[in-house]
Design a protein. Structure first.
Length: 88
């Protein structure tokens, strides 16, 4: 049986989901979603599961780590331009 991973930014909701799943006999584990601040550098280390979740695509495939960093750099550059009043 596979394990279901629940993610949420609400600790209470996450706890309840995992508890219900386990009561139903489903293997479940909680994984709290990271905030933008927590994903910042420097910051707390993220787990391998959180990194894999961040790199996952909707179709079940995953981005390569280098692709993920490229996308993140582009997004941060875009946010910085917006903050400084520049348009793309």
């Amino acid at each position: 049986m596979k394990t279901i991973t629940f993610t949420s930014d609400s600790e209470k909701k996450l706890s309840l989901l995992v508890e219900v799943a386990r009561e139903m006999g489903v293997k479940a584990k909680p994984m709290r979603e990271l905030t933008d601040e927590e994903m910042g550098i420097p910051g707390p280390k993220i787990s391998k599961e959180q990194l894999e979740d961040w790199l996952s695509k909707d179709d079940g495939e995953s981005f390569e780590l280098s692709e993920g960093f490229k996308i993140m750099k582009q997004d941060l550059a875009s946010k910085l331009k917006k903050k400084n009043g520049h348009r793309n």
